[in-house]
Design a protein around this ligand. Sequence first.
Ligand code: GDP
Ligand code: MG
Length: 653
Amino acid sequence: MGNRGMEDLIPLINKLQDAFSSIGQSCNLDLPQIAVVGGQSAGKSSVLENFVGRLDFLPRGSGIVTRRPLILQLVNSKAEYAEFLHCKGRKFVDFDEVRMEIEAETDRITGSNKGISPVPINLRVYSPNVLNLTLIDLPGMTKVAVGDQPPDIEHQIRDMLLQFIVKESCLILAVTPANTDLANSDALKIAKEVDPQGLRTIGVITKLDLMDEGTDARDILENKLLPLRRGYIGVVNRSQKDIDGKKDIRAALAAERKFFLSHPAYRHIAERMGTPHLQKTLNQQLTNHIRDTLPGLRSKLQSQMLSLEKEVEEYKNFRPDDPTRKTKALLQMVQQFGVDFEKCIEGSGDQVDTSNLSGGAKINRIFHERFPFELVKMEFDEKELRKEISYAIKNIHGVRTGLFTPDMAFEAIVKKQIIKLKEPCLKSIDLVIQELINTVRQCTNKLDSYPRLREETERIVTTHIRERDNKTKDQVLLLIDIELSYINTNHEDFIGFANDVHRETGTVIRRGWLTINISIMKGGSKDYWFVLTAESLSWYKDEEEKEKKFMLPLDNLKLRDVEKGFMSSKHVFAIFNTEQRNVYKDLRQIELACDTQEDVDSWKASFLRAGVYPEKDQVHKRLPLTRCSLLSFQAHCKQRLSFDFPKTFPLRG
Ligand code: GDP
Ligand code: MG
């Protein structure tokens, strides 16, 4: 067996991993990767193979043998076999075949003539003698391109190595053969680039047996020549002759040990040399890593255990086989679900979630933020609209050249706008439904220990919500259709904005006779010819409009009903100033009379168009409740509808 130290750890990790897999979790001990870097034929593959233990499967030899990165994942398992990512499912039991497959797969991508490729080969080795860890065998660094190799091979290989060894969790084995110039070691140079402090670099000196007679590597192995924080370890791998002669690893290790013990330059440091010591050092690294990882793992497990214990406590008085208990428990759970759901939607004082918005709060946001946003988002091209309006007007007139702007044109345009509300409304419903369903799912979390109950509960409630979904949509569409079927041009919100236009244009809204009661005038009441524009109310002696008696600006004017007017035979309403000023001479209000109530209402409507509203509470009182709510809806949408009207707005008179 190659690796004593590792084997001590195996049972511990195995036990952990078994325990984890039995509760259906994986243990998060991600062990570090170990990458070997060094020049060509430095002995990298040999070192790695030793580290794995007794397996003899990596292609080795002179020249460039490793030509693609080999990511070797060792997986501890009872059976011993290997598997490649590129031919998944095929189990290799014979490790000679593994070696051949590595060679074949290398050629497949690179061609057989010494080409290289950064595309890694992924090999997984399952064995009871390995720990879960990842080793990376890399092509050797070279300066001269041979065969099919690209001219910039030096850089290509460098980039390939760097890609692996920059990772903080990667241990770097910098392999340098003893029979070359150590001070020029490419391996040590590249390791220094990514790990300048040498925290994760281990120097490995191979081929000590091949040094010239009379020379030795004592200075470097004693960490004197090129000091590294973790020092150097010398090894003697199998020579090519040994490999060809199928010298097994056990014999090779014995020979290595004998070499160090008998060599005068290394005898005193023999205990710190050789493959076993290298393995021990790596093992130490892994142990350290595990030690660093374990506390976190432990506290995670402890908190899990605490919550499990709490759960167990809840089941203490629960006798699972008692049928009445079963029914009761079932009912309790379903009831609890109902309560939870309601709390999520309606909100509740107890156990407020401070980290997330509850279902209800999210729905609130849909109504108050998302929906208005969707309304604002609706594209609205005023120029286009004006064009549409003018077409609508012309089309409604047909062959006639109209005098007035027909109401129908206005309605047609407004209806088109109102129809646009359908989409954002439906979208908001979808969002709310989605949130309700999310909430259901969240509330059924508690039923997790009873998957079928959970599933069934979710199914029933969700189906119900879906049914309601359609009903709600029908209802909302109906509401919009109601809006479309009748437009209340008498509503103050509606008039309000029309008024803004009239103010600009001064269009005449109405002409007609009215009786006015101005007491300072002799005879008290008198008939005058009235002209109402968007800006003012004027009255004249007669229809000729020649002799103007007075002009009253409409600013701050309002209307009110007068119960018993100045003429009992007539119907009377009054105009007054909201700022308590006199309207006309020393009068706070002027009273106007018509013959019928219908006339009064019609005049009032005209005043509304001019922006003169009745006293506040009078409008809504007269409207049926449903109209009121529809109107507030309309008011809500008004912003979207407030386009300018054509300058030729209906003339009434
Ligand atoms: P790589 O190119 O760095 O992967 O080097 P290999 O592991 O393929 O080794 C290249 C050649 O050197 C092979 O023939 C090995 O048998 C030989 N070799 C490696 N290490 C040693 C060693 O310590 N002593 C001797 N004598 N030969 C070695
Ligand atoms: Mg190699």
